[in-house]
Design a protein around this ligand. Structure first.
Ligand code: CMC
Length: 482
């Protein structure tokens, strides 16, 4: 045998051997895994008394090249566990890789708790359904930002401050008026918040301790003005004037009046402003989602609350994040136009030809608790408005068919917060391209609470690492030689 074929033969055999080894290994691992599972089932039923159930270890061992690295285990107040790898690179030169952060805890936070498997959402320990029933948006803003429910005096003070901050300075108004007429409302919102920071430079100094000291003023200003900016941009885009003069001090009533006063919609039924209040409250925080993580990332570099919130607004804009409520309405309108009652659409979603928008969630693998609350708010608001919505009937058909269908049951796909919110917002008269703006108004207190958590904890700058997969070192080729 010539040396070349010998090498090929040996390489072939080694590869074959490797393949067989991997197969055998996998079979053995599967067998051991099944055996251990069975044993633990038997154990938990029969042999283990409470005292000898294995406790959560204090550290996890990682073995790399025969070297062992003990990694501390972090346990949250709701008994969630995480392996703390913050010292791993220093000790081993290895980093961890988690594309899209699906399995990475980026911080410790005391603001919001979600258990997606059980359908639990709590702000500062309070269940979302209890808050939706008994609290309101502004009180919830206070709770998220300061950590506890306010006393009556503190709440009054907070509400007064918010009501007093509704009027935009002339410069901010002019900034909004000067934007191209084709500017998307989300771009205008981010721009308006940055310009608001510009109008109050002492609240937006990028000096962390100074911004923290004046944070209460900045937070009230942002929570109040974000709705004035949204309303002003809408009216300017319609060629109308904007005013915040006739405010009553009720956050949602005032917002609806800033938006629609003078166009025949001056009477606002209580059920309608209440439904808007519930929508804002349900969106107020959702822990480390794309926009909130963006806000925390910007804040970690020492940027002020206005810049951090403006960045979060841009992150929210995307259709996979805050833009889904719009997609639901577009889907329902399409179904309505085609004369379908929803049943054909369900079949096409199951065949992978379309996606049932407003269904499914990365975190909730049970009913999204916010969707349940919105469903009844939707019924009440439509009744108060006297609106017969043909798309509501389609939405109900889609929901009841999907909830009985094996495809959706098996994949744990339930309605999410966006399924009903768009129907309410449309009935209230909001243009579809403003739906994500309404999400942003609701989410502002959450972003601010996270800004404060970062600034007050003295957190160091967030700076993930990467695995470089590009070209190795190469030399520069002169332009004329390329
Ligand atoms: N309609 C039909 N099938 C679906 C849907 C849906 N809405 N969502 C997921 N699936 C199927 C998907 O095709 C896949 O099937 P298979 O296993 O046969 O390949 C399986 O369910 C798992 O889907 P996935 O895409 O891996 O799930 P994900 O966790 O990556 O995606 C999601 C979550 C929210 C992006 C997705 O469910 C979706 O696109 N939903 C519609 C858009 C939507 O309503 N988004 C708003 C989310 S709530 C707002 C927020 O909190 O920011």
């Amino acid at each position: 045998m010539d040396p070349h074929s010998l090498v090929e033969f040996t390489l072939g055999n080694v590869l074959l051997l490797n393949f067989i080894q991997r197969k055998v290994k996998r079979k053995v691992y599967n067998y051991i895994g099944t055996f251990l599972k069975k044993l633990s089932r038997i154990g938990s039923n029969r042999f283990y008394s409470h005292s000898n159930i294995p406790k959560m270890p204090e550290s996890a061992d990682l073995r790399l090249n025969d070297q062992s690295y003990p990694l501390p285990i972090l346990t949250g107040t709701e008994k969630e566990h995480a392996i703390d790898i913050s010292q791993l690179r220093k000790l081993s030169k290895f980093i961890t890789f988690d594309d899209g952060y699906g399995n990475t805890g980026s911080c410790e936070s005391s603001i919001t708790f979600i258990d997606g498997d059980k359908g639990i959402l709590r702000y500062r320990g309070y269940d979302i359904s209890e808050l939706a029933e008994k609290s309101n948006f502004l009180e919830t803003c206070y709770l998220l930002i300061y950590g506890d429910l306010p006393t009556p005096e503190r709440l009054q003070e907070f509400n007064n401050k918010i009501a007093a901050s509704a009027e935009l300075t002339q410069e901010v108004v002019e900034t909004l008026r000067s934007l191209p007429k084709t500017t998307h409302p989300m771009a205008a919102l981010a721009c308006g918040i940055q310009s608001l920071g510009g109008a109050y430079p002492t609240l937006a100094s990028n000096n962390r301790s100074s911004d923290l000291e004046k944070f209460d003023d900045a937070a009230c200003l942002i929570i109040s003005s974000i709705r004035s900016i949204a309303a002003a941009q809408h009216r300017f885009s319609m060629g109308m004037n904007h005013s915040t003069k006739d405010s009553t001090g009720n956050y949602c009533e005032d917002f609806l009046s800033f938006m629609f006063s003078g166009d025949g919609n001056d009477e606002i039924p209580e059920a309608v402003s209440k439904a808007l209040d519930v929508i804002f409250l349900l969106h107020a925080d959702h822990e480390q989602n794309c926009s909130t993580s963006t806000c925390r990332m910007i804040a970690s570099g020492g940027a002020n609350p206005f810049a951090s919130v403006a960045g979060a607004i841009s992150a929210l804009w995307g259709p996979l994040h805050g833009g889904a409520n719009m997609a639901v309405i577009n889907m329902l309108n399409e179904i309505h136009k085609s004369g379908d009652d929803g049943s054909k659409f369900i079949e096409s979603a199951k065949a992978g030809k379309s996606r049932l928008m407003g269904f499914g969630h990365r975190v909730y693998r049970n009913y999204d608790p916010r969707a349940k609350i919105l469903k009844s708010a939707c019924d009440q608001a439509l009744e108060a408005l006297g609106v017969e919505s043909p798309i509501l009937e389609i939405a109900r058909n889609l929901e009841s068919s999907a909830l009985q269908d094996e495809y959706f049951i098996q994949r744990k796909l339930y309605p999410n917060v966006d399924f009903y919110s768009g129907i309410i917002l449309q009935a209230m008269g909001f243009p579809t391209n403003m739906f994500t703006v309404l999400f942003a108004i609701g989410r502002a207190p959450g972003w601010l609470a996270h800004w404060k958590e970062i600034a007050a904890s003295g957190s160091r700058i967030h700076r993930p690492r990467q695995i470089y997969q590009g070209s190795n070192l190469r030399s520069y080729t002169a332009l004329e030689e390329r």
